[in-house]
Structure formats: structure tokens, C-alpha cells
Ligand binder design. Structure first.
Ligand SMILES: [Zn+2]
Length: 166
């Protein structure tokens, strides 16, 4: 019966309504059709990537996962260096891996740390993510299961991008 219900009908309260941004039309082609599980899966993948973080200097391990528009997921971890400025964040590791595999459109980014206060992407990562994923949703998560969902446009409200070079 539920399957035949019109979309205009008030949704049942027995099951929570899908969150904004996860209506069927916005699920990437080729992606699974259970977005909530997809997010959990992405968080799990980012957590596993975090285990590979090379962070002997900050001891702040970060894992990331990024979903391409065609449903593939690439992960990354932070990679530090004794020459500190050469350090690469997890988000940029993930997106550069994806771009080097021939994809340039992304719908979601997950960032996982063990911090109680959820960790947003740094300014450099916001700028790089904006280049390829200005419409992406960014999911901040920690290893205790806390999550927060944001849009790139909220993280970088006044971006510098190719339009400024015209
Ligand atoms: Zn960063």
C-alpha cells in the first residue's frame, strides 16, 4: 500500500522523513538507493582510511571519503611530513586520488576524526573541494558516531573560483 501512496500525501510519522538533499532525484546515477546506509558506509570507509593516517607530528588522524557523481567512493588520510608545510590533508588526498582516476564530479564528502568537536575541512581543502564539488554535501563525523551535515556553499560562502579569472 505504501508504495502506491502519492508523494503529495503527508508522510507517515512511523518512519522519519528523508532528509533534505536526499530525495530520489539527487541520488547519483549508479549509486545505491539507500542514502542513509550509504552515508554510514562512507563513514566506515573514511574511518578505515583514517587508520592509515601518517600523523606522527600532530597525532591528529583524519580519514575522508568522497563520492563521485557516478557512485564511486575514494578515500584518503592525512599524510604529514617533517617539513610540516608539505603535509596533505585527508580530503585532498581523497579528491586527488579520484581526479587522478578520471572523475571530476562529486556529491558527498565525509571527514572523520576522533575529536569530540566535529572537524570541518581546513581552508585549503575548502578551496580545493570547491573547484570540483561546489554543490557537494559535507558530512563531518567522529569515531563516537556523532555527525553533522553541511553544504559546501555554507563552508565557503564567498569563494574564489574560475569566475574571478574571467
Ligand atoms: Zn585540509
Amino acid at each position: 500500500m505504501a508504495a502506491t501512496r502519492s508523494k503529495k500525501t503527508t508522510p507517515s510519522r512511523k518512519k522519519p522523513a528523508r532528509r533534505a538533499g536526499f530525495t530520489a532525484g539527487r541520488i547519483p546515477k549508479g549509486g545505491a538507493n539507500r542514502p542513509q546506509n550509504d552515508i554510514r558506509g562512507m563513514i566506515a570507509m573514511a574511518r578505515r582510511a583514517r587508520d592509515f593516517a601518517f600523523a606522527p607530528f600532530s597525532r591528529f588522524k583524519v580519514g575522508a571519503a568522497i563520492r563521485t557523481r557516478d557512485g564511486r567512493i575514494f578515500t584518503g588520510c592525512n599524510v604529514e611530513n617533517a617539513s610540516f608545510s608539505l603535509t596533505l590533508c585527508a580530503e585532498r588526498t581523497a579528491i586527488f586520488k579520484a581526479i587522478s582516476e578520471g572523475t571530476r564530479e562529486f556529491t558527498q564528502v565525509v571527514i572523520v576524526t576522533d575529536a569530540a568537536k566535529l572537524t570541518p575541512p581546513c581552508g585549503a581543502c575548502r578551496q580545493v573541494l570547491w573547484e570540483f564539488a561546489p554543490d557537494a554535501e559535507v558530512i563531518l563525523a567522529n569515531v563516537r558516531g556523532r555527525t553533522k551535515r553541511m553544504k559546501m556553499s555554507a563552508l565557503l560562502p564567498s569563494p574564489f573560483d574560475s569566475r574571478d579569472l574571467e
